[in-house]
Design a protein around this ligand. Structure first.
Ligand SMILES: [Zn+2]
Length: 488
């Protein structure tokens, strides 16, 4: 017994000694890139142009006849007047109702093109909240620090900074090696839009024989400042995939009748059991490689004492997965999430329901299909008489490799501006126009180069959406550099 104890203690001592040494060397990976050249950016011009863009209310609605198409036309005219060089040197087409496709011919037609995506549309202002805004939502008001208004964060900022970058590069006489496409949809905010602008843009590219893009860059990932006791700097998440989406309606049928003579369980009572079964059987959490990459990059920046744990994150995977699953934002990166969101029973207080139904919203991890979710429901719900209907669905995206010229360009540019940044892959929770380009692109990236804190990011779609003017300069420089590096 003693011998075994000594062996265990000996092994433990060796493990601790190895860990102590590993932690000492477990530091941020070296940035081997050469420093990038300075880029000239006219910040005031970018701010002015963003103000003008916000002043045109390009609001999208699911009902096409509700859309003010004249506003989109004004927006197109505005871009034409504002960016004369782009409209001189690039071809421009209006696709579908109001999507825009620009093509900047590169020097080498044999290379696969890159595409920069954006959407022109914004969400409406929630009824009754118009007066809650510090500055009117379509004023584009510039208070010297922020530009205010709908689209300031999502995502006229991004679109305008792309345009500023291209216009400036043209003024400097730059010509990319590859063709560069600018693809600006008009209905990204309409969830599940059939025949969307982005879809039609891709179809048009395909019809012209462009069956493979080298990369696309769109919204979805972000740069966040981190100011915690143990970790500081900038967290830059490059979205390499987006979760899938499915709404399932589950119905229980029953005889119904008068509520004065009820059975032990009504349809609604039986539905309660269905809810319990579904909530009790959450999808299994699994730490996919992208999440290990985030942990790895973040752990390397921790103080030594915490790196003793951090350097063993691979060993601690099962334990960490268990702990993180208890934290909803972290859990959403580890598993397909399940949310029972709506339920209905009978239409009157004194009527037994003849049917009771429930809507469950699932956000699917890459690798889990909508069919898998349906099979899961059928397996875990004990009541086998349920009826299942899919109301809305979108499969999860495949993962784009983080090792490509374009992803490397993003990393390089971020590290140039923020040498202390943690740059890591990221799983996007919502949907973006990028999704529609996946059939013709293996390197689909979602990243907005605006360093804003979480409270500002959460203003998107909400009251007082605004962007710090200081971020525009870095964003325009980012896109200029990105076109230089990814367009090579
Ligand atoms: Zn958006």
């Amino acid at each position: 017994m003693d011998t075994i104890l000594w062996i265990v203690l000996g092994l433990l001592a060796v493990f601790l000694a190895v860990t102590a040494i590993r932690a000492a060397f477990f530091v941020p990976k070296k940035n081997n890139h050469a420093p990038l050249a300075d880029e000239s950016v006219d910040r005031e011009r970018a701010a002015r142009h963003l103000t003008g863009a916000i002043q045109i209310p390009t609001i999208s609605y699911p009902e096409k006849d509700k859309v003010d198409w004249a506003a989109f036309e004004r927006f197109h005219d505005y871009l034409r007047e504002t960016y004369p060089l782009i409209h001189k040197h690039l071809t421009r087409e209006v696709v579908a109702e109001a999507a825009l496709l620009y093509c900047w011919k590169g020097k080498n037609a044999a290379l696969k093109p890159i595409a920069l995506l954006s959407h022109q549309d914004v969400v409406p202002i929630s009824g009754g909240t118009e007066d809650d805004w510090t500055h009117p939502p379509f004023s584009g008001y510039n208070d010297g620090e922020y530009i205010w208004g709908r689209g300031a964060i999502d995502m006229k900022n991004h679109l305008i900074c792309v345009m500023e970058a291209v216009e400036t590069l043209l003024a400097e006489g730059f010509i990319p090696e590859r063709d560069v496409y600018l693809c600006f949809g008009h209905d990204e905010e309409v969830v599940g839009a059939e025949d969307s602008g982005a879809y039609r843009l891709r179809k048009l590219l395909e019809s012209r024989g462009i069956t493979e893009l080298e990369s696309t860059l769109d919204e979805g990932g972000a740069m966040l400042p981190i100011n915690t006791k143990v970790l500081g700097g900038v967290l830059a998440g490059i979205g390499i995939s987006e979760k899938g989406y499915a709404d399932f309606e589950i119905t229980v049928l029953h005889k119904g009748g008068h509520s004065a003579q009820p059975p032990d369980h009504t349809a609604l009572g039986e539905l309660a059991d269905v809810i319990k079964d579904i909530e009790k059987h959450q999808f299994k959490a699994k730490m996919l490689p992208f999440f290990s990459d985030i942990l790895d990059a973040a752990s390397r920046k921790l103080p030594y004492a915490l790196r003793l744990i951090g350097c063993n994150h691979k060993l601690l995977k099962p334990l960490l997965t268990g702990v993180l699953t208890k934290i909803p934002p972290a859990a959403s990166m580890l598993r397909t999430t399940t949310a029972c969101t709506m339920a209905k029973g009978s239409p009157a207080c004194n009527v037994l329901p003849q049917k009771a139904s429930l809507v469950v919203n699932f956000r699917l991890m890459p690798g889990t299909t909508v069919a898998d979710v349906e099979a899961h429901i059928r397996k875990v719900v004990r009541n086998k008489k349920i009826e299942i209907k899919i109301l809305k669905q979108k499969e999860a995206s495949p993962f784009s490799s983080i090792n490509s010229t374009s992803a490397d360009a993003i990393k390089q540019i971020v590290l140039h501006e923020h040498p202390d940044a943690i740059v890591a892959p990221y799983l996007v929770m919502g949907g973006t126009d990028s999704y529609f380009y996946e059939p013709i692109c293996k390197h689909v990236y979602r990243f907005s180069p605006f360093l804003v804190d979480l409270s500002l990011l959460l203003c998107a779609h909400a009251t007082n959406e605004r962007i710090p003017i200081a971020t525009l300069e870095e964003a325009v420089a980012f896109f200029k550099r990105y076109i230089r590096l990814a367009g090579k």
